[in-house]
Design a protein around this ligand. Structure first.
Ligand code: MEV
Length: 330
């Protein structure tokens, strides 16, 4: 089962160590919240779509007798010595090992992710999901939805404090979901949706944004509660729009949601400028997506051609990256 690795000096120098086993792989994708971010933290519904083109992959292999190691674009080295920003990855790894009954925590994890981090696209949840899936494969175990989300929730609580749990579902599900209070349901899609995601180039801290809303809610409860209620209504109406394929209605609700999110302090001048640029270029609607205070804007296009035009307009307006993604009909 184990390949011998005569060229590996650590194997020769450590009597306890055996050659690493073959890797097991896990994958997950990015997500975009279409409606309901922040409101979902207070029990309101939210709607999220998968971003299939942006993926994370984890390769995990047993390395008996060696220290647990993480290799990624952000850090390479011993899990024990991982810096604070790797906290969610380390927490997700140990939670996955525990959940699958791996007797040893001596593993090597290689992470490759195309999902930009701190951009509201679910990077930390996707990486934790990919790791959990790879660890499950390694052990020949199946993690059901609840077990998977329990693992990812541990990683997410290190990343964001008290997450609603939507990211854990959205990065692991192939279809749009309506999420509320820990439960997700698939939504039928009546007409193909084409979105352009534009990076503001600024990192957003979800933890900071969530804390900011919490403080504002304590200081101005009526204002924030009204915004949350309105965001909840928009989400429910948007679920109907997605089902019926009413792009014009969906787009105008996106703009309304962006204004409400601005009113609770989670937008930024860069995000507002990208929303304006998308509208000027003919998008049905646009809004920030995810935690905000940096991160990305999501714009709804009418066609593939218009999506190309939107992407160019958004880049001209300052977005260093754009990604076009579609949600197929069901
Ligand atoms: C983060 O993707 C979405 C937020 O609503 C936080 C959460 O739901 O935990 C801002």
């Amino acid at each position: 089962m184990h390949n011998s690795s005569p060229t590996d000096p650590s194997a020769a120098s450590n009597a306890r160590s055996a050659a690493p086993g073959p890797p097991s792989q896990g994958h997950a994708h990015a997500k975009a919240i279409l409606f309901g971010e922040h409101a979902v933290v207070y029990g309101a519904p939210a709607l999220a779509v998968p971003l299939h083109g942006l993926g994370a992959q984890a390769d995990v292999r047993l390395t008996p007798g060696r220290e647990t190691r993480i290799d990624s674009q952000l850090f390479a080295g011993s899990a024990q010595a991982a810096p604070q920003h790797m906290g969610p990855v380390v927490a997700g790894l140990y939670a996955a090992l525990e959940a699958t009954g791996v007797e040893t925590d001596e593993v090597q994890v290689c992470i490759r992710s195309a999902i930009p981090h701190s951009r509201g696209l679910g990077s930390s949840a996707a990486v934790a999901t990919a790791i959990a899936r790879a660890v499950a494969v390694l052990r020949g175990k199946i993690l059901d939805h609840d077990a998977l989300h329990a693992v990812v929730a541990k990683a997410e609580s290190v990343a964001h404090g008290r997450p609603s749990g939507i990211d854990a579902w959205a990065v692991a599900t192939q279809v749009p979901i309506r999420f509320q209070s820990g439960r997700a349901t698939a939504i039928d899609v009546g007409r193909r949706l084409i979105f352009v995601v534009a990076d503001s180039g600024q990192q957003g801290s979800t933890a900071e944004a969530v804390a900011g809303v919490r403080e504002l809610r304590a200081a101005q409860p009526k204002h924030v509660e009204a915004a949350i209620s309105r965001l909840a209504e928009l989400t429910e109406d948007a679920v109907d729009d997605v089902r019926s394929g009413d792009l014009a209605a969906l787009g105008s609700r996106m703009l309304h949601a962006h204004k409400l999110l601005t009113s609770i302090g989670v937008s930024s001048p860069a995000l507002d400028a990208l929303v304006e640029a998308a509208l000027a270029a003919g998008a049905h609607g646009a809004k920030l997506t995810g935690g905000g205070l940096g991160g990305c804007v999501l714009a709804l296009a009418d066609s593939d051609e218009q999506a190309e035009h939107l992407a160019l307009a958004l880049r001209a307006a300052g977005a260093p990256h754009t990604w076009t993604t579609e949600v197929s009909t069901t």
